[in-house]
Design a protein around this ligand. Structure first.
Ligand code: 16G
Length: 252
């Protein structure tokens, strides 16, 4: 028995009306679901699969690229097709105000950030509205790729009035640590979650494919006295995060 047959079973039955590439695709998917092909395992070559099943390489390519689209496989130019590594799914309680760094620490992971940009600028009309600023006020804008161990989890774009963060260069890994050092740690936040699909550039940063499902989260957070201190828009990989809310029956 060849490695292909071993992984994906023997010949595709001739009487099945479904297109060949779909039948091949479900065999490969079944092997991944059953664990016969572990994350990061290399798939047999296109030619080997084509020969074993007596189908064309175009059919094999079509089956593989559909699974790449679904995020189950990844292709590296010149080195073949591999099973994608799904990020560890994390549960995030919705009722605690925590920072990314703290969330990851609680899970035994190390948070890091790759800077995409940081600048000081006049507040945009939208930022001025959210942060109760006047159009002549300045803000620090921090755009970062947030990473847990080596896995990219989210793209975050935070806006902080410069009165609380005059120098965006002062932020190392944690924005909240920098705010705490200036006595401006938020104590309350409003958060809005919505479903979205990633644009190509954001998807590439998050190591996934264009159009992949994501969570768009906006957080507006406030200081003890009620002044807004942070407005952050984030895109979290949809396959990496579960948000959990605790609900209590209200008794009057
Ligand atoms: C979280 C917050 C984000 C905050 C960041 C600070 C959500 C959806 N967003 O990612 O608003 O700016 O933590 O993290 O939870 P840091 O202190 O590690 O930079």
């Amino acid at each position: 028995m060849t490695r292909v047959q071993d992984l994906f079973g023997s010949a595709l039955p001739p009487d099945d009306p479904a297109p060949l590439y779909l039948r091949l695709q479900s065999r490969i998917k079944a092997a991944i679901d059953a664990g016969a092909l572990a994350p990061l395992a290399a798939l047999p070559g296109e030619r080997e699969i084509a020969e074993t099943f007596g189908v064309s390489r175009v059919t094999v390519r079509k089956a593989l690229s559909a699974l790449v689209e679904q995020g189950l496989l990844m292709q590296r130019q010149g080195s073949g097709t591999f099973v994608a590594q799904p990020p560890r799914k994390m549960e995030q309680p919705l009722s605690r105000l925590t920072s990314f760094t703290e969330d990851m620490r609680l899970r035994g992971l190390t948070a890091s950030a790759r800077w995409l940009s940081r600048e000081v600028s006049l507040a945009s009309p939208r930022e001025a509205m959210r942060l109760s600023l006047s159009p002549s006020d300045t803000v620090a804008r921090l755009r970062r790729l947030r990473i847990a161990d080596a896995v990219p989890m989210a793209i975050e774009c935070a806006t902080i009035p410069t009165r609380y963060l005059p120098d965006p260069e002062s932020v190392e890994t944690s924005l909240y640590d920098a705010l705490a050092a200036r006595g401006a740690l938020p104590v309350r936040a409003l958060q809005r979650l919505s479903a979205t699909n990633l644009a190509a550039a954001d998807a590439a940063l998050l190591d996934t494919h264009a159009g992949a499902a994501a969570l768009e989260i906006e957080r507006l957070s406030f200081l003890e006295g009620g002044a807004p201190v942070e407005f952050t828009q984030s895109f979290y990989r949809g396959d990496a995060y579960d948000f959990v809310a605790e609900l209590n029956l209200r008794r009057e």
